[in-house]
Unconditional design. Structure first.
Length: 159
């Protein structure tokens, strides 16, 4: 799926300048404790599953939608595992974005994972001790969701 109409309207006004946007990650684990990941079509790298929240959409609804769009499976969010600020991301077209991510540990309810849209090249489960190359912030989200610790968040020591 391409750029949303909402982000397109923002980009028409601010060009390639930095946008701070809300997003979600769905950390889906199977009964063996493996995590479901996608290999993204834009960067060809493995990543946690997720995307942007649409205006007026609840974060928990957004994670259910995003997981379904990218993997074809139905999930039930079980808990928030963390809230994260991504590094600034510069897309190939020059757009700069930073996301505030609400990460959810999700339970697989129905369906068989498969590539379900043009954002993924592959989807697969991985053992936690055999993850493919991932951005460090994605590994952190997986680690926090894998346990039963309270939700993760970070704060600046200068506050």
């Amino acid at each position: 799926m391409g750029i949303s109409a909402y982000v397109k309207q923002l980009r028409d006004r601010v060009g390639r300048e930095l946008l701070l946007l809300p997003g979600v990650s769905g950390l889906v684990f199977d009964v063996a404790g493996r995590v479901l990941l996608q290999r993204r079509s834009d960067t060809r790298t493995w990543a946690v599953i997720g995307g942007m929240i649409d205006p007026g959409e609840e974060p928990a609804d957004a994670v259910v939608r995003e997981v379904f769009e990218e993997t074809g499976i139905q999930v039930e969010p079980e808990r928030i595992s963390g809230v994260y600020l991504t590094p600034v991301i510069t897309y190939p077209n020059g757009d700069r974005t930073q996301y505030v991510i609400t990460a959810f540990r999700c339970r697989h309810v129905a369906g068989v994972p498969h590539v379900h849209d043009d954002e993924s090249l592959e989807v697969a489960y991985f053992d936690l001790d055999a993850l493919p190359a991932l951005r460090a912030d994605h590994v952190l989200r997986i680690r926090h969701a894998a346990g039963n610790a309270p939700p993760f968040f970070s704060r600046s020591e200068s506050v």
